[in-house]
Write a protein that binds this ligand. Structure first.
Ligand code: SAM
Length: 247
């Protein structure tokens, strides 16, 4: 069927691609991708050779127009990013938006995403999570962004680059305090994968202890804020009202 297939690719381990994704890549007329070299490597690994359409953050709108045209001709187009799920801290959303606006079909092919992989192995038992992705790189804006998240009662999910990890963890400590749990999920699915969980107050020393702990790609998770006193008081008030109603 003619459609835009939003297709997740591995975040490290090349085996983390679904059978369905491989099937769709095999039958696709073209693959819209961020970096053509990167995607060519992925295709070559599976003995595939496809026409590639460069679709990155700088040309996404123009690329979307071309993709819509080709879908109108009845083609099947796969949309991938360099790693993981397109449109999650990656280009893709504008293309999907344009295709949907044109009334054409969009089919998601779920697979790897660093955020979900990290959450699943974190053991954090917050019932909710809030995906933040990358924080602003300037210190002032980063702090403001963190402050806005400080009272959220949901696990917080961040993406971070190795050269900023130490500063970011310090800033998190300043805003969230030492008690909350932090999970530093590094190089997921790769050779040097490590998932370290500790109180936020212990994290800077742990990172400093060994320079290798600061290398690679990171997902940082922060345990959500505890229920505030106000929430507790509300809950007790509602409970009292309900108890009065009981026979
Ligand atoms: N679309 C991707 C996804 O679904 O996860 C995310 C792309 S974003 C440009 C890249 C960031 O994701 C990295 O800087 C890092 O924070 C995180 N990331 C990607 N792969 C990772 C991995 N194998 N281990 C830890 N974090 C990873």
């Amino acid at each position: 069927v003619s459609a835009l297939y939003v297709l997740a690719t591995p975040i490290g381990n090349a085996c983390d691609i679904t059978l369905r994704a491989l099937h769709v890549l095999a039958i696709a007329d073209a693959v819209a991708c961020e970096d053509t070299r990167n995607t060519n490597q992925l295709l070559q690994r599976y003995g595939l050779s496809k026409q590639l359409m460069a679709t990155h953050e700088h040309n996404e709108r123009e690329a979307a127009v071309k993709i819509v045209e080709r879908l109108r001709q009845g083609e099947r187009i796969a949309l991938v990013s360099d790693a993981g799920t397109p449109a999650v801290s990656d280009p893709g959303a504008r293309v999907v938006d344009a295709v949907r606006a044109a009334g054409l079909q969009v089919v998601p092919l779920p697979g790897a995403s660093a955020a979900v992989a990290a959450l699943s192995a974190s053991g954090l038992d917050d019932q909710r999570f809030h995906f933040v992705g990358f924080l602003p790189s300037k210190a002032r804006q980063r702090e403001t962004a963190l402050q806005e998240l400080a009272s959220m009662q949901a696990a917080l999910v961040f993406y971070e680059a190795p050269h900023r990890i130490v500063d970011t963890v310090q800033a998190m400590l300043q805003v969230f305090g030492p008690q909350r749990q932090i999970v530093l999920a590094r190089e997921l699915t790769k050779l040097f994968e490590s998932i370290h969980r500790c109180p936020l107050g212990d994290a800077p020393a742990w990172l400093e202890e060994d320079a290798n702990r600061q290398r690679g790609e990171f997902v940082v998770l922060i345990q959500g804020a505890p229920p505030s006193d106000g929430d507790q008081a509300d809950a007790e008030r509602i409970l009292r009202i309900l108890l009065e109603e009981l026979p």
